[in-house]
Design a protein around this ligand. Structure first.
Ligand code: NDP
Length: 336
């Protein structure tokens, strides 16, 4: 049988961790032929919750699950890691300044980046889920100088999937027929969900929206006044309706991200992921920004040469400006 893949999950005792573990162990992330070893990292007060989840993993008798290790030591957690899902983060508390938030997360993602640099396997691939995800990924990458920068990513797949869900509902089209949706920029309220190049069943989405809504102006105002803000603020809507933040959908998107990165986007075509910018589409170099991407041979590639109109340019620039701001803030705090 195949050698198990070592998957490190931080904050594994939390809500998203709980939703992730069982899907990873079932084979949903890496396929039905790949056994996994799980390394669960928690802070001391989270260890019991992680231990409880591990008992339930045992009780699920997953044939693909070869071992579970639970620790509060990053050196142990990242030893031999092939994949790292960085979920645990310091949430924004009421009245907390952005600088305090970034400082607290620097205290988490700096040491984790160093532990990854020192202890992870050569093929390590990292996805950051804990917010502010893009900048936390930048902090980790900057503290792991021996790991190629393209191995550090942040999750915008949940935003991407939310955009697909909204579009499918508006067009009354099966979600599986949608292609070419893009999330640009930061995983924050400034993100830009872009459907200019999207298709549904092969037909251009802008034209389909115009036909449904009675003209291009109506379609554009739906996109600007409803679709974009609803996708960007969906997290708040979930909290309001459900009474607590999104968990299963965040875990599901994390599974999708890693699945596609490792196994390829294949026929499903383009998706969105926040990856190290080399200046594509005029995005500042050296920030972790969301782009239209495909994955091949274990690497994300930006889909180039899409036409960016003036409206899209403004939206992308605004979100990237926020990423550059966050980078300046963590730089001045000495975190990168
Ligand atoms: P969750 O598992 O619900 O969330 C974890 C992180 O995911 C949060 O930072 C949250 O950011 C982020 N997140 C990103 N996208 C989403 C989304 N769409 N919906 C909801 N959350 C999202 O939090 P819990 O408090 O249940 O669990 C966190 C665990 O992490 C705790 O067990 C804690 O002990 C642990 N922890 C571990 C650390 C470590 O291993 N070193 C360090 C810090 C914490 P946001 O706050 O913006 O919602």
């Amino acid at each position: 049988s195949r050698t198990p893949v070592t998957v490190t999950i931080t904050g594994a005792g939390g809500q998203i961790g709980y939703a992730l573990l069982f899907r990873i162990a079932s084979g949903a992330m890496l396929g039905p032929d790949t056994p996994v070893r799980l390394h669960l990292l928690e802070i001391p007060q989270g260890l019991r919750a992680a231990e409880g989840a591990a008992l339930e993993l045992q009780d699920s008798a997953f044939p693909l699950l070869s071992h579970v290790e639970i620790t509060d030591d990053p050196a142990v957690a990242f030893r031999g890691a092939n994949l790292a899902l960085l979920v645990g983060a310091r949430p924004r508390a009421a009245g907390m300044e952005r600088g305090d938030l970034l400082q607290a997360n620097g205290g988490i993602f700096g040491p984790q980046g160093r532990a990854i640099n020192e202890h992870a396997a050569d093929d390590i691939r990292v996805v950051v889920v804990g917010n502010p995800a893009n900048t936390n990924a930048l902090i980790a990458a900057s503290n792991a100088p021996d790991v190629p920068k393209d191995r550090f990513t942040a999750l915008t797949r949940l935003d991407h999937n939310r955009a697909l869900g909204q579009l499918a509902a508006a067009l009354q089209s099966p979600v599986g027929e949608l292609r070419g949706v893009t999330i640009w920029g930061n995983h924050s309220a400034t993100q830009f969900p872009d459907v200019a190049h999207a298709t549904a069943g092969g037909d251009p989405v802008p034209a389909l929206l115009a036909a449904r809504m009675g003209g291009t102006d109506a379609a554009r105002s739906w996109l600007e006044d409803q679709f974009i803000p609803r996708v960007a603020k969906r997290g708040a809507e979930i909290i309001e309706v459900r009474g607590s933040s999104s968990v299963a959908s965040a875990a599901s998107a994390t599974i999708d991200h890693v699945h596609d990165w490792v196994l390829g986007t294949g026929d499903g075509g383009r998706t969105s992921a926040a990856i190290w910018s080399n200046g594509e589409y005029g995005v500042a170099e050296g920030v972790i920004s969301s782009f239209p991407v495909v994955a091949e041979d274990g690497a994300w590639k930006v889909v180039e040469s899409l036409d960016v109109d003036e409206f899209a340019r403004r939206r992308i620039d605004a979100s990237v400006a926020e990423l550059v701001d966050e980078r300046e803030a963590v730089r001045s705090l000495g975190l990168i």
